[in-house]
Structure formats: structure tokens, C-alpha cells
Design a protein around this ligand. Structure first.
Ligand SMILES: [Zn+2]
Ligand SMILES: [Zn+2]
Length: 123
């Protein structure tokens, strides 16, 4: 593995698509689609026909090896919400690592309220 821009949105989406492909090959996606309504768990959009391919299986604990047969670790998310979900999770991971944050991450998680906070601190 090289360390080429792992934090870019494109790389993240690529990974989600790769995961989706694996889930389909392993049969998890079929099971999850039979188990749950074809609705995104975040934005509540409905998917049918060709568009069903935009609905992907998300692993709630982000562990793709954790596949209980009752589907309790699965959630159906559209590509957009799935991407968002992983972005949040990635941010959390970086934050919990603490001191070793890279400048790329700092830029990606730009906080629009940072300026406001410093204004409020001023007397
Ligand atoms: Zn969605
Ligand atoms: Zn996921």
C-alpha cells in the first residue's frame, strides 16, 4: 500500500464501490436487500429497478467481516449517504489519533465556526 491521498473523496468512494462489489460477491447485499426495505437509511430515498445498484450495504461497525445472519450489522445506504457516513468515521479516527494530524486532514475538516470562536474570545 502506498500513502497516496487516502483522504480524498474519490479514494473514499472507490473504497465504498469496492466494498459494495465484495458484498455483492459474498451475497451479503442480496440478503440485506431481502431483509430491509429498499430505502436509504439516512435520506429515506427509495430505490428500485436499475437504480437499486445505488443502494449499498453499510456495515454499522465498519467491520466487513462482521456479518451476523440476522442482518443486525447491516444498513442500506445510498452511495451519497454511504460516502458521508465513512467521511464522518474517518474524521473520528483521525481526531482520536490526536497529535499526529496531517495538514491535509486539517484542511479537509475546515471549521467555518473557528473564526467565530476566536472573535467571541476577544474582549
Ligand atoms: Zn441516502
Ligand atoms: Zn459502509
Amino acid at each position: 500500500m502506498s500513502s497516496a491521498t487516502p483522504s480524498s473523496a474519490t479514494a473514499r468512494l472507490d473504497r465504498i464501490l469496492a466494498d459494495a462489489k465484495r458484498d455483492r460477491e459474498m451475497g451479503y447485499r442480496d440478503k440485506a436487500l431481502k431483509m430491509y426495505p429498499h430505502v436509504c437509511g439516512r435520506c429515506a430515498r427509495e430505490f428500485s429497478g436499475k437504480r437499486l445498484s445505488e443502494l449499498t450495504v453499510h456495515h454499522r461497525d465498519h467491520n466487513h467481516d462482521n456479518n451476523p445472519q440476522d442482518g443486525s450489522n447491516w444498513e442500506l445506504l445510498c452511495l451519497f449517504c454511504h460516502d458521508n457516513e465513512h467521511a464522518r468515521y474517518t474524521d473520528q479516527q483521525y481526531f482520536s489519533e490526536g497529535s499526529t494530524s496531517s495538514p491535509t486532514i486539517a484542511k479537509a475538516t475546515h471549521n467555518p465556526f473557528a473564526g467565530l470562536a476566536s472573535l467571541l474570545k476577544k474582549d
